[in-house]
Design a protein around this ligand. Structure first.
Ligand SMILES: *[C@@H]1O[C@H](CO)[C@@H](O)[C@H](O)[C@H]1NC(C)=O
Ligand SMILES: *[C@@H]1O[C@H](CO)[C@@H](O)[C@H](O)[C@H]1NC(C)=O
Ligand SMILES: *[C@@H]1O[C@H](CO)[C@@H](O)[C@H](O)[C@H]1NC(C)=O
Length: 187
């Protein structure tokens, strides 16, 4: 009896003092992590250089037209493609595959050759394997163009930055090779 009594008297104040330990798993709406170093100190800048191959014609196209232009369309306005375009280290398609550009692009101008790009660049190479950069951009295909990088995953979590692109080769069918320099800040 004596031993039961003592263990109760010991436990009771324990429950009163630390109720939170025993009500445990209610949902937690938000939580602020202690800040030990500033965001700026954690930021990294990464530059990537690669070539984007958009193959619309031939035996194995990497981009397919999924929306035809409306019959009132001017300059192909509205045409939309879905792409799974290889990204390579060098300008040749046979050079090392470093990723794939997956997404959609549409002819979004009635006045000039300009695309709306909705693309994820999914990388395969080294520490970037499995990480993604997302681009949502206007792409004026005959100029050197700048496109915003709006986010990322994996190594590129919290990414923001920009891509500079230049078409280095385009044939009559519209098959194109585009050089990309991407600069992103991320954690
Ligand atoms: C354009 O499309 C509309 C609706 O589909 C059709 O009625 C019309 O005949 C078409 N016009 C031409 C020039 O093809
Ligand atoms: C990238 O990751 C995938 C899945 O984890 C793996 O199968 C592949 O071999 C990796 N590629 C490279 C180049 O490391
Ligand atoms: C990418 O960067 C390289 C090296 O600085 C430069 O030679 C090339 O012209 C750049 N290309 C684009 C599209 O910015």
């Amino acid at each position: 009896m004596a031993s039961v009594f003592t263990s109760r008297t010991l436990l009771l104040p324990f429950f009163i003092l630390f109720p939170a330990l025993f009500s445990a798993t209610d949902g937690v709406f938000s939580e602020q992590l202690p800040v030990t170093i500033t965001r700026r100190q954690m930021e990294k800048t990464t530059r990537l250089h690669f070539y984007f191959h958009d193959i619309v014609e031939g035996k194995s196209p990497t981009a397919l037209q999924i929306i035809r232009p409306h019959n009132k369309s001017i300059n192909g306005f509205g045409q939309t493609f879905v792409a799974d375009d290889p990204l390579t280290e060098g300008p040749e398609l046979t050079s090392k595959l470093v990723g794939r550009a997956q997404g959609l692009y549409s002819m979004a101008s009635q006045h000039e050759p300009s695309l709306l790009m909705m693309m994820n660049f999914a990388f395969l190479e080294g520490i970037y394997n499995g990480s993604v950069l997302s681009i949502l951009a206007r792409n004026t295909i005959f100029n050197i163009r700048e496109m915003p990088v709006v986010g990322g995953t994996g190594v590129f979590r919290f990414a923001r930055g920009y891509a500079l692109a230049k078409t280095v080769k385009m044939d009559r069918s519209g098959n194109a090779v585009v050089e990309y320099n991407v600069t992103v800040v991320h954690f």
